[in-house]
Design a binder for this molecule. Structure first.
Ligand SMILES: N[C@@H](CCC(=O)N[C@@H](CS)C(=O)NCC(=O)O)C(=O)O
Length: 204
């Protein structure tokens, strides 16, 4: 298999993080330069029906897109450590948190960054007002997240899951547009700090 990826983008990084946690080393990483818009003309990416990364190319030539879908596929091939849930209740809980955080936090952070960060002008017409709106929504959501994390090390299931990975990659990306959760949100800061250390140790 081959993973079409790019170094600084948050969605491909989610998949590389899943691979690192699971110790997956037999998937070839193929770099696509999104700042040169290579994703828009790449024949393998075109097969996925959307000019975005990441894309996983299977050995039979089929493709899977969407970072969380790719992660789920990898989990079925490499079950441990488990990132998507062991049983019905856990699977539902992790799905609930992943969808909720994607919609309320990760997407606003990533879109807001695209609207505000000067280097990304090649991908998106800048619109700082929309960017500000996205960041205000993300900042408001962080207040509730801080309460949720008060007695938790991870978002759910008592261990790292795809919900944490999806979110932290968005927070890291948003740093290029200077988004920081409010300093008063100590639980978010502790959770982010610990997961950033974990990602650093895994070199992703
Ligand atoms: N929902 C998709 C989002 C994919 C996406 O937007 N990828 C970005 C990189 S993080 C991309 O390829 N952007 C290229 C472009 O906008 O032209 C996922 O989770 O994989």
């Amino acid at each position: 298999m081959k993973l079409y990826t790019t170094d600084y983008a948050p969605n491909p990084r989610r998949v590389r993080w899943v691979m690192a946690e699971k110790g997956i080393t037999d998937i070839e990483l193929v770099q696509v330069d999104i700042m040169k818009l290579e994703q828009r003309t790449h024949p393998v990416i075109a097969k996925a029906g959307s000019p975005h990364l990441p894309v996983l190319e299977l050995d039979d030539g089929g493709v899977i897109a969407e970072s969380v879908a790719i992660g789920r596929y990898l989990e079925s091939l490499y079950p441990e450590p488990n990132l998507f849930g062991h049983d019905a209740r856990e699977i539902a809980d992790i799905e609930m948190w992943t969808r909720r955080l994607e919609q309320r936090l990760a997407t606003p952070l990533m879109l807001g960054t695209r609207m505000k960060a000067a280097p990304l002008v090649i991908l998106e017409d800048p619109n700082p007002a929309v960017g500000d709106y996205m960041f205000e929504n993300a900042a408001a959501y962080c207040i509730g997240l801080d309460v949720h994390l008060a007695d938790r090390e991870f978002i759910t299931a008592g261990r790292l899951t795809i919900a944490d990975i999806a979110c932290v990659c968005a927070f890291d990306f948003a740093r290029i547009a200077r988004f920081r959760p409010d300093k008063s949100l100590e639980n978010v800061a502790r959770w982010l700090g610990a997961l950033r250390e974990r990602a650093k140790a895994l070199e992703i």
